[in-house]
Ligand binder design. Structure first.
Ligand code: PXL
Length: 287
């Protein structure tokens, strides 16, 4: 894999924005996004939507940032710093989702504007703890997903959004069509959580053609932040001008290597780690 080009020291790199929740345990959410963005050579701007109280065992609570403050973070960053691509993660509530959708339209983020938008429709932590009020699903479906350049749900989120239980290739295709009908430019059905398979197959659909990517599954319980890392790496590649299929291929390999570099932490699930990037040349070879 060729890694994204690094900007020489002292020059301004490409910028990306994540609108998401913080993870006090440092594994997922904004912490995972910023880490991957930094190691992709991209300057990470952050709009905090919620503060979670969590460690490796679970999420014991969260505090929501007022919707107008979330939107104001986005507006103030885009107007000054200039953003190549944006990602959303945990948005917690209907009010925050609606405010984010409105500000995205205002500042040109998403399909109607110039700035690609990756919507990772985060609903729950890997421990099963809720990160989105159940009543906010409609807002996600009706206001934010239609703006997305690409959506990246995991299989639980696919079920919540479409009612379809993905168990094999035909149901994955059916789900991709149903997700695409919600309005994103591209829908991705990630097969990573289909643990009955020895490989991890992901499906990309643009309303016309299916693209399938398959890679060997990496068996690890330390996969906290894996979905965030994938969506963040994709956001970086889109900020560099990659197409969605190219950005996804880059992000899948980035995430595979980050899963392979994951480590034990605390008593629960350790984080995926993009720190392998510190030991590689720009072609991704060990140095
Ligand atoms: O991995 C999804 C995710 C996103 N954002 C935050 C999280 C998690 C999972 O725990 O805590 C803040």
């Amino acid at each position: 894999m060729n890694l994204l080009p690094l900007t020489p020291d002292g020059q301004t790199p490409v910028r990306a924005l994540t609108i998401a929740g913080t993870d006090s345990g440092g594994g997922a959410g904004i912490q995972a996004d910023s880490r991957t963005m930094a190691l992709c050579g991209v300057h990470a701007c952050v709009a905090v939507a919620a503060v979670t109280v969590q460690n490796t065992v679970g999420v014991s609570g969260f505090h929501e940032i007022p919707p107008e403050i979330v939107a104001a973070q986005v507006r103030t960053v885009v107007s000054d710093i200039g953003i190549g691509a944006t990602k959303t993660g945990m948005l917690a509530s209907t009010g925050i989702i609606e405010a984010v959708a409105a500000v995205c339209q205002e500042v040109g983020i998403g399909q109607a504007g110039e700035i690609p938008l990756v919507v990772d429709p985060v609903a729950a932590s890997m421990h099963g703890d809720p990160l989105l009020h159940a009543s906010a699903l409609d807002a996600l479906r009706d206001t934010l997903i239609p703006l997305a350049t690409v959506i990246t749900p995991n299989l639980d989120e696919v079920r919540l959004l479409t009612g379809i239980e993905v168990v094999d290739d035909p149901t994955a295709r059916k789900a991709a069509v149903a997700l695409h009908a919600l309005g994103p430019r591209w829908a991705i059905v990630k097969g990573g959580h289909l643990r009955t398979s020895a490989v991890s197959t992901d499906l990309l659909f643009d309303g016309d053609t299916f693209h399938e990517l398959t890679a060997p599954r990496i068996a690890t319980g330390n996969d906290h932040g894996g979905g965030d890392t994938l969506a963040a790496a994709m956001t970086c590649a889109l900020a560099h001008g990659y197409s969605v299929p190219e950005a996804f291929a880059f992000a899948k390999e980035w995430t595979r290597r980050s899963l392979a570099a994951s480590y034990d932490l605390g008593a629960g699930h350790g984080p995926v780690s993009p720190l392998w990037r510190l030991h590689t040349d720009p072609q991704g070879n060990e140095i």
